[in-house]
Design a protein around this ligand. Structure first.
Ligand code: PLP
Length: 372
């Protein structure tokens, strides 16, 4: 069993992908160009974003967005304590100070209530992550931030295709980012990313930052960096985008099947009305995680932990955490989360095997765990 089966996906679209890559090789346009421009248009059409700027990866997308927003040294940017390191790393690289907010235990995401206590007069923005493919209350965060002059950036690295009340990831916050790392819901065959926004002037600044700060050839308005998407990656993404809606539905079916097998056994993700996840991960909470993981491993079932250490406890970021910045829900999640195999090609038999292995292991170790 595979945690994320990219081989099965390639075999399903092999002819189309091979042709798309060959046509880039024939064109000799390898960086940017028409493939990338077409991808940008198609990403906007899919997500409802006004502008899409493709770049080299999801971490660069965050950094480019922060630079284009004019983040300055000493600015405080609120980030989740429970996320992948890139979210806070980009803030530090942009010269600002990450301030860690706790999460809502039901969604693993920040919420207006967990962000509000972290706001000070130095707060410039909030980076809200759509963790595991579920969009946080971005509208609530925008309502909280706007009157205070605080922008909201969605780190949508894991959530392309997700939606909340009909609005898709990439189109809700002031600015959003996505990663096309191979194992993300929409992944390429290397690194890739994009920034989405509504405002044309901000889009132009993002594009400039990603192109050495150039406004025209050899006119460098600001110090930027080099972050471009390869045409081969764009071509692969355009093929996968044509199949993406069906993959999202397949992932949703996997999640529904896990939910039926595991609810009442362990706390499982439960979507709100009008919410659609991209199911980047199917993450449950378990007691005695190491023991459960090794029992599952013995049966050939791979699992992963996203993420074992809250960011404010990481050596790279501990220096930014204030003494009173407690994040009890983030600490608890880091000790309990377990991600199960999730991809669009996962067989029913694998889902059942994983579900029963977890139930059997839990009753075997007699945890008395409250499934919530
Ligand atoms: C993957 C990821 C990123 C970084 O994306 P890369 O393309 O790997 O640079 C940023 N934030 C989150 C939440 C991620 O999961």
């Amino acid at each position: 069993m595979q945690f994320c089966d990219l081989g099965a996906q390639y075999r399903a679209y092999k002819t189309e992908i091979d042709e798309a890559i060959a046509s880039v090789l024939e064109s000799s346009v390898f960086v940017g160009g028409p493939e990338v421009e077409s991808l940008e248009r198609e990403l906007c059409a899919f997500s409802g974003a006004e502008h899409a700027i493709a770049c080299a990866n999801g971490t660069d997308a965050l950094q480019a967005a922060l630079m284009a927003l004019g983040v300055r040294p000493g600015d405080e940017i609120i980030v989740p304590d429970f996320t992948f390191a890139a979210t806070a790393e980009a803030v530090v690289l942009a010269g600002a100070v990450p301030v860690f907010a706790d999460i809502d235990p039901a969604t693993f995401n920040v919420a207006p209530e967990t962000v509000l206590p972290r706001i000070t007069e130095r707060t410039r923005g909030v980076v809200a992550v759509s963790l595991f493919g579920r969009i946080p209350d971005l509208e609530g965060l925008v309502r909280l931030g706007r009157p205070r002059g605080i922008w909201v950036l969605e780190d949508g690295a894991q959530s392309f295709g997700a939606s909340r009340e009909g609005r898709l990831s990439g189109s809700i916050a002031d600015v959003s980012t996505v990663s096309f790392y191979p194992s993300k819901p929409l992944g390429c065959y290397g690194d890739g990313g994009a920034v989405f926004c509504r405002d044309a002037a901000l889009a132009a600044r993002v594009r400039r930052v990603c192109d050495h700060g150039q406004s025209g050839k050899y006119v460098h308005e600001v110090a930027g960096f080099n972050s471009r998407l390869d045409a081969i990656q764009a071509a692969v993404l355009r093929v996968k985008l044509r199949h993406f809606e069906r993959e999202l539905e397949a992932r949703n079916q996997v999640a529904l099947a896990y939910g039926e097998l595991l609810s009442g056994v362990v706390p499982v993700p439960e979507l709100a009305d009008g919410e659609r996840s991209s199911w980047a991960q199917y993450t449950v909470r378990v007691p005695r995680r190491d023991e459960i993981r090794s029992r599952l491993r013995e049966r050939g079932i791979p699992t992963a932990v996203h993420y074992p250490v809250p960011l404010r406890r990481q050596p790279a970021f501990a220096g930014f955490a204030g003494l009173d910045d407690s994040c009890p829900e983030s600490d608890r999640a880091a000790g309990e989360v377990l991600s199960l195999p999730m991809h669009a090609f996962l067989a029913q038999g694998c889902i059942r095997r994983t579900g029963s292995a977890i139930s059997e292991t839990l009753s075997g170790i007699g945890s008395g765990f409250d499934p919530g």
